[in-house]
Design a protein around this ligand. Structure first.
Ligand code: AMP
Length: 173
């Protein structure tokens, strides 16, 4: 099964993505994690994407695809978290289900400020939210039109959201 997690930054796509992947017995693949690892290991790719990440901007498609393409090519099923994040990245990919965790802006800002990752500073958070609204939100409509969107209220207890998601995925069989 191929599942995509869509959510604003701080919306819980990493947490829920990992839980759903474990329940489905597939790998959780996070573009943000892959890029952060590249930055931490100071690889050529990491040196190219680091500045975009620090500024809260999306890294160029070619660089992100370089990191994630080979990982996807090796697998029949996965829970993807953070990729695709804009229309140009959706080409050639299809999903059995696209999970949209709906969380209000004020809630995600509070969560991000409490998290303390390098890019969790107020001005960077605001830029990430702008990028989300401009580039990623249109994907919600795209996948709704394709009939694969599952929208859930992401402003609830973590366990409750996971149960809801697993029940809805099961219904789709
Ligand atoms: P995330 O961990 O998903 O919040 O991603 C952290 C940062 O990595 C983002 O703010 C972007 O700079 C970069 N990034 C992650 N995924 C992508 C993507 N699909 N396209 C472009 N940039 C990305």
């Amino acid at each position: 099964m191929k599942v995509l997690m869509l959510a604003p930054p701080g919306g819980g796509k990493g947490t829920q993505g990992a839980r759903i992947a474990e329940a489905l017995g597939v790998e959780h693949v996070s573009s943000g994690d892959l890029l952060r690892e590249a930055v931490a290991s100071d690889t050529p790719l990491g040196r190219q994407v680091g500045q975009y990440m620090a500024a809260g901007k999306l890294a160029p498609d070619a660089l992100v695809t370089e990191a994630i393409g080979p990982v996807l090519a090796q697998r029949d099923g996965y829970v993807l978290d953070g990729f695709p994040r804009k229309r140009s990245q959706t080409e050639g990919l299809s999903f059995d289900a696209v999970i949209y965790l709906d969380v209000p802006d004020d809630v995600v800002i509070e969560r991000l400020l409490g998290r303390g990752r390098a890019d969790d500073k107020r001005d960077v958070i605001e830029e990430r939210l702008r990028q989300y609204e401009a580039d990623t939100e249109p994907l919600i409509e795209l996948y709704r039109e394709q009939g694969v969107l599952i929208r859930v209220d992401g402003n609830r207890a973590v366990d409750e959201i996971t149960e809801d998601l697993l029940a809805q995925l099961r219904d789709r069989g």
